[in-house]
Design a protein around this ligand. Structure first.
Ligand SMILES: Cc1cc2nc3c(=O)[nH]c(=O)nc-3n(C[C@H](O)[C@H](O)[C@H](O)COP(=O)(O)OP(=O)(O)OC[C@H]3O[C@@H](n4cnc5c(N)ncnc54)[C@H](O)[C@@H]3O)c2cc1C
Length: 401
C-alpha cells in the first residue's frame, strides 16, 4: 500500500522533503500557511556541491543555477583591497531554488492558505490539525514550518530561538543602477568587509525572473550590525507603536530605523558598499537567532529545516541543511518502519546540525571579537579575517559528506 506523508510548510525545506519522499513512491501532500505562492523573496544564497547533489536527487537541475564567482576579496574602509583568495562558488537566489523545486510538485499536491496548528498520533497514524479545524491523516508528518514552527512548539515547547546580539541588514541593487567603478571592484567577486564587530558580504545574483544576463543581474548586500536587546526592541516596533515578537515584516520597519541604518552606513562602510546600499531597493533587517531542537522526531512526526534547527547565516547553509535533513529522512524511511526510522533520522541529524550551529556561533564570535592588538576599526589587520574569509558560507569539512 502507498505510504502517505503530510509536509507542513511549503518553502525550500518542505519542498525537498516532499520531492525526495515522492521519488521513493510516497503519496505526499504539502500544507502551506501562506495564501499566495512564495515568490519574490529576493535574497541571495550561496550554493555548495552538497546542495547541487540534492537538487539533482530531488529532480531539479543545476544548469543556470546562479552566477559563478571565482575569488573572494576583502576591502578596507577606504575601499582598497586588503586580501584575496581563489574560492570558486555559484551564488544564487532563494527564489531560483524555490521556484525550481516548486515546479516539480505534482498538480494538486501543494495546498496554499492552510496553517497547521498541531498534531495528534496513535500507533497506526499521525494527524495534522489545521487552524480551520480540518485534520489530515498520514503515516508520517514532517514539520518543515520554519523557525517559529507550530509542530516544534508542540513537540518541544521549551525551545526558544536565542538572539545573537546583532541583526543583518539586507538589500538588493540592480546591476544596471551601479556605476562602472563599483561594478568593476565588487560585482565579479564574493566581496567582504571585516572590521571587528561588524561584517559585510556581497555577491551578484540573478535578476528578476532568474535573469542571468550581464546588465540584468542584481547585487546581494548583507551587513551584520550589532543591536543590543533594547535597541532591537525599538527596531521591532512599528510606526503605530506595535511591538513585533521575533521579527518584523519589512514593510512595517519604521522610516527612522531605515534612515538610521543609512546614517550608520555613511559613517562606517567602504565607499563601494555605501553606493550599493544607496542604490538598492529599501533595505530590510532580520535579527539573528539560532536554535536546535533536542530531537527531530516524536513517534511518527519529524522536524526538518529551520523548524528543526537554525544556524546563524555565517555558514550559509540553511537551504543545504534543510535539503540534507530531507535526504536523511527519506533514506531512513527506506530502511525501517516509520517510528524507528524517524528515531534513526533524529539520531543522525540532531548532533550533526548542532555541530553546524556551534560552528556558525564560532564565526559570529570571530566577527565580534578583537585580536590582541585591539579592534580593527577599518577592516585592516583583523587577525580573525583569515578564519572568516576561509570559512564563511562554506560547508564545514565535518558536514560535507
Ligand atoms: C541573512 C540570511 C542569509 C541567509 N543566507 C543563506 C545562504 O547563503 N544559504 C542558505 O542555504 N541559507 C541561507 N539562509 C537561510 C535560509 O533562507 C533558510 O534556512 C531556509 O529558507 C530554510 O527553509 P525552511 O523551509 O526550513 O524554512 P522557511 O523558509 O522559513 O519556510 C517555512 C515555511 O513554512 C510555512 N509555515 C510557517 N508556519 C506554518 C504553519 N503553521 N502552517 C503551515 N505552514 C507554515 C511558512 O510560510 C514557510 O513557507 C539565510 C538566512 C538569512 C536570515
Amino acid at each position: 500500500m502507498t505510504r502517505k506523508a503530510i509536509v507542513c510548510g511549503g518553502s525550500i525545506g518542505g519542498l525537498f522533503a516532499a520531492l525526495l519522499l515522492g521519488k521513493r513512491g510516497w503519496d505526499v501532500t504539502i500544507l502551506e500557511r501562506n495564501a499566495v505562492e512564495l515568490a519574490g523573496r529576493g535574497a541571495g544564497i550561496v550554493t555548495h556541491d552538497l546542495l547541487c547533489r540534492l537538487i539533482v536527487a530531488a529532480g531539479g537541475t543545476t544548469d543556470d543555477l546562479g552566477v559563478a564567482v571565482a575569488d573572494r576579496v576583502v576591502y578596507a574602509l577606504d575601499g582598497s583591497e586588503v586580501m584575496r583568495a581563489p574560492l570558486p562558488q555559484i551564488v544564487t537566489s532563494w527564489d531560483r531554488v524555490h521556484s525550481m523545486l516548486r515546479a516539480l510538485v505534482p498538480e494538486g499536491r501543494y495546498h496554499l492558505g492552510v496553517p497547521v496548528c498541531g498534531y495528534a498520533q496513535n500507533a497506526d497514524q499521525a494527524t495534522v490539525i489545521c487552524e480551520d479545524g480540518r485534520r489530515f491523516d498520514a503515516d508520517v508528518v514532517v514539520g518543515a514550518d520554519g523557525f517559529r514552527s507550530a509542530i516544534r512548539a508542540q513537540m518541544h515547547p521549551a525551545v526558544q530561538p536565542e538572539y545573537a546580539g546583532y541583526v543583518v541588514w539586507r538589500a538588493l541593487a540592480r546591476e544596471a543602477d551601479l556605476p562602472p567603478d563599483v561594478l568593476d571592484s565588487t560585482f565579479p567577486y564574493f566581496a567582504l568587509y571585516l572590521p571587528t564587530g561588524s561584517q559585510i558580504i556581497g555577491y551578484p545574483i540573478a535578476g528578476p525572473g532568474n535573469d542571468l544576463r550581464p546588465g540584468h543581474r542584481r547585487y546581494n548586500f548583507v551587513w551584520y550590525a550589532k543591536a543590543d536587546a533594547a535597541v532591537l526592541q525599538d527596531m521591532l516596533t512599528d510606526a503605530s507603536g506595535t511591538r513585533h515578537g521575533l521579527s518584523i515584516p519589512p514593510p512595517l520597519v519604521r522610516e527612522d530605523v531605515v534612515q538610521g541604518a543609512f546614517d550608520l552606513a555613511n559613517r562606517l562602510l567602504p565607499p563601494q558598499f555605501r553606493t550599493i546600499l544607496a542604490r538598492s531597493e529599501r533595505p530590510f533587517f532580520t535579527p539573528i537567532y539560532d536554535h536546535v531542537a533536542p530531537s527531530f522526531a516524536d513517534g511518527r512526526v519529524a522536524l526538518a529545516g529551520d523548524a528543526a534547527s537554525v544556524a546563524r547565516p555565517h555558514v550559509g547553509m540553511g537551504v543545504t541543511k534543510a535539503a540534507s535533513d530531507a535526504e536523511a529522512l527519506a533514506r531512513a524511511l527506506d530502511l525501517a518502519p516509520v517510528v524507528p526510522a524517524l528515531a534513526a533520522y533524529s539520531a543522525e541529524r540532531q548532533p550533526a546540525v548542532a555541530h553546524v550551529m556551534q560552528f556558525s556561533r564560532n564565526l559570529g564570535h570571530a566577527m565580534l571579537t578583537a585580536g590582541p592588538d585591539g579592534p580593527s576599526l577599518d577592516g585592516r589587520g583583523n587577525p580573525n579575517a583569515d578564519f572568516i574569509l576561509h570559512n564563511t558560507a562554506l560547508v564545514p569539512v565535518f558536514a560535507a559528506a
